[in-house]
Design a protein around this ligand. Structure first.
Ligand SMILES: [Mg+2]
Length: 462
């Protein structure tokens, strides 16, 4: 995976070494020699990842990170702190400033690339989610989500080599996390999908293969999104690298420091909540983009897409499909006599009847005011006409509720049908159905008429 990485360090030689390593792996590298420059560049260039030196004059790495994470424009960019000090207090300070990860100088190449790959992968997923959302709603929604996701605590599954070790981890996590402990990776992979927010796996044991468990969790659809935090021995770099490549989200070195443990768990949980909320919002905005708000039927945009698809299928393998345009007769009178609220109630009830009248595979859309379109895939003109006729009869026999203290009213519908034809555009098919509808109206309404077409002219049948 390629990406743009911003390298921040006050020492020119450090920048050169790190840039050379990253460029050799085909990453695009941007550089900054101070915290202030880094913030400016992050805002303007939107890198995919920032490697940030901790020890810098004026603004140090912690403060730079805090500012990047407080700015809505840059807060999503993963930050890896590069520290000369291998002290746990530094790590905790960094995590509290919002850093996503750490590397110690001198930088180990394998560890560097494993971290970079893992964070870029995460970032690209989050980016995709955000861009879907931003297409509809702007950055306000994402900021709101970011704030919402700052919840604390969660349900953690701890996979340790003994109950005693597990309990020690649970004790370090503190009261805001509820922990379940298991010493069996098979049990872990079975129960992982049952409501846990996070799984903590000890990789530094010979009693079970934690890496295999990581792989299994990632391969299973039900646990693919579950955050994995692995505990490793500081000297077992290759295991950390394998774990990150297998899809573990974060690594924690043993002996486990309680502050670092809590901070890393917290970060993973917030990301999980954030991603889940993004996904939910996308589903909602997609639904809104393709449905009619009053009736809940599909809207015209969806109709255009589906009709195009049916036409392509017809051209490919002559799969017959039919389009029906139905229109409520004299609907203006309903609105004029009873008001728009009553009119809306009629439209909603009619939409419900449509959903019951046609097949589940039929695509029912509100086309305009009182005009509806039904796409009937894999249907002959005869069977489509029978369905339309049954629908017309149900409507004619139904009393429509228009609110309390008012007598229910009766309405009727007229419709025009047209079968898909070779070398006709979606627009041409709709206009053939529309012409049939026009004849139904002219013929006295409350009827369905099908257009039987040759290539040149359109004949009609009542
Ligand atoms: Mg420095």
């Amino acid at each position: 995976m390629t990406g743009r990485i911003l390298v921040v360090d006050d020492m020119e030689p450090n920048i050169r070494v790190l840039s050379a390593k990253l460029e050799a792996e085909y990453y695009e590298v941007l550089t900054a020699n101070s915290g202030a420059t880094a913030i400016m560049m992050a805002r303007e260039q939107r890198p995919d990842l920032i490697l940030l030196d901790v020890m810098m004059p004026q603004m140090d790495g912690f403060e730079t990170c805090r500012r990047l994470k407080a700015d809505p424009i840059t807060q999503h960019i993963p930050v890896v702190m590069v520290t000369a000090l291998d002290q746990q207090t530094d790590r905790v300070d960094g995590l509290q400033a919002g850093a996503d990860d750490f590397l110690s100088k001198p930088i180990d190449d394998i560890a560097l690339f494993a971290r970079v790959r893992s964070l870029l992968r995460l970032n690209s997923v989050m980016d995709e989610l955000r861009s879907h959302l931003n297409n509809g709603q702007g950055t306000d929604a994402t900021n709101k989500l970011m704030a919402l996701s700052k919840q604390t605590g969660g349900k953690v599954l701890v996979v340790e080599e003994s109950e005693r070790f597990g309990n020690r981890i649970a004790e370090k996590l503190g009261k805001s996390f509820s922990c379940q402990i298991t010493t069996d990776p098979k049990v872990a992979s079975t129960i992982a999908a049952t409501g846990f927010d996070l799984i903590l796996i000890n990789l530094a044991t010979d009693l079970f293969d934690g890496l295999r468990l990581c792989a299994r969790l990632r391969a299973d659809e039900a646990t693919r999104q579950l955050p994995i935090l692995c505990m490793v021995d500081a000297q077992a770099k290759d295991r950390s690298v394998r774990a990150l490549d297998l899809g573990a989200n974060d690594i924690l070195e043993r002996p486990v420091d309680r502050h670092e443990l809590r901070a890393r768990c917290q970060t993973l949980l917030q990301r999980r909540v954030y991603a889940a909320q993004l996904r939910e919002n996308i589903d909602l905005s997609l639904e809104m983009a393709f449905s009619d708000q009053l009736t809940g039927l599909f809207n015209r945009r969806h109709l255009d897409i589906k009709l195009e698809e049916l036409q392509v299928r017809f051209n490919d393998n002559k799969e017959p499909s039919v389009v029906l345009i139905a229109d409520i007769d004299h609907f203006k009178q309903v609105n004029d006599t009873w008001g728009h609220v009553a009119g809306d109630m009629v439209l909603q009830q009619l939409a419900d009847i449509m959903c019951e009248s046609f097949r589940a595979i039929d695509i029912i859309c509100r086309y305009g005011g009182e005009e509806f379109v039904v796409l009937m895939p894999d249907a002959s003109l005869d069977s489509a006409k029978s369905a339309a006729e049954r629908f017309r009869q149900v409507i004619a026999a139904t009393s429509f509720d228009i609110g309390q203290a008012k007598e229910p009213i009766r309405i009727s519908v007229s419709g025009g049908l047209a079968a898909l034809q070779a070398e006709q555009s979606a627009k041409q098919i709709l206009s053939r159905a529309d012409a049939a509808l026009y004849h139904a109206k002219k013929n006295g309404r409350n009827q369905m008429i099908a257009a039987i077409s040759s290539k040149k002219d359109t004949k009609l049948t009542g």
